[in-house]
Design a protein around this ligand. Structure first.
Ligand code: ADP
Ligand code: MG
Length: 260
């Protein structure tokens, strides 16, 4: 499904868009490096204290490989970033964060449009959910991504907002999602080993996802020569559960009897 008239591996538009995506990746790498210690601190409270290092290593390598690409289109940049994250982040989070990124890049066949950005976001979230088997309320990155992705989609498809405003609302929703991870109990990932002792801690993966989205917003505003819009979101959008799923899997939210 390539662009019509594309004979040389990319159009001028795609090269401009590709350069903007590389700039976004570089901004993410810088921000994650700045937040490395904070992310490590969060992960030391409920995990193994490697999230700052994992993400900083992965995104620094991603920025370097993205910079080395020759006039890439956005899809090539994203695919390369995902593969680099897979290789450099390693462990369980490499395939989760990087592999899902590679998969979602397939949605950028025709460059970055409001429609393809929504498709990218939805596919990324879907893949992270599938690979990690996590849902909203499990105290993971999914708690930040779900409200962000659904708010982005609704802002564009239902509310007809320009993509930059939709992205600002998505960032706002992600911020609420990060706050939501604090009072809940981890049910996936290393933090779940702590059982109820994970309550009261902010999830590191949700936090780094918020930083990534904030940098995406800042670089998108830059590329469009606009101010970062004031999100003023009234409510993040989380879809209703299917009735069957809502019927529950039995593990509910009741306190444990064995005091773990
Ligand atoms: P690791 O857990 O292998 O040490 P990191 O510390 O880099 O990897 O990443 C931890 C983050 O990964 C968590 O804060 C959480 O957001 C996310 N995560 C862990 N397990 C899952 C899962 N099964 N599904 C979704 N996200 C997960
Ligand atoms: Mg960790």
């Amino acid at each position: 499904m390539s662009r019509e008239g594309r004979t040389d591996g990319g159009t001028a538009d795609e090269a401009t868009e590709g350069a903007a995506v590389v700039a976004a990746v570089e901004a993410v790498a810088d921000r994650i490096e700045d937040e490395r210690d904070h992310l490590t601190e969060l992960d030391s409270a409920i995990g193994d204290a490697d999230h700052g290092g994992n993400m900083a290593r992965g995104w620094a390598a991603a920025a370097e490989t993205a910079r080395d690409l020759d006039d890439p289109d956005p899809q090539t940049v994203c695919r390369t970033v995902g593969k680099t994250l897979m290789a450099e982040v390693g462990g369980a989070s490499g395939p989760l964060f990087g592999g899902s990124f590679v998969f979602a890049s397939a949605e950028l066949d025709d460059g970055v449009t409001a429609e393809s950005a929504v498709a990218f976001a939805e596919t990324y979230l879907q893949k992270v959910e599938d690979r990690g088997d996590a849902r909203v309320g499990d105290q993971t990155v999914v708690d930040a991504l779900t409200p962000a992705v659904h708010t982005f989609k609704k802002s564009i498809e239902t509310d007809g907002l320009p993509p930059l405003e939709a992205l600002a609302k998505a960032v706002d929703a992600a911020e609420r999602g990060v706050a939501f991870t604090v009072p809940i109990r981890a049910k996936k990932g290393r933090a779940s080993y702590l059982g109820w002792r994970s309550v009261g801690h902010q999830d590191p993966g949700a936090t780094s996802a918020l930083y990534i989205l904030e940098e995406l917003l800042a670089t998108a505003a830059d590329a469009l020569d606009s101010e970062v819009p004031d999100a003023d979101a009234t409510s993040p959008t989380i879809p209703d559960e299917e009735p069957d799923e809502a019927a529950g899997d039995g593990d509910g939210d009741a306190p444990p009897e064995d005091g773990d």
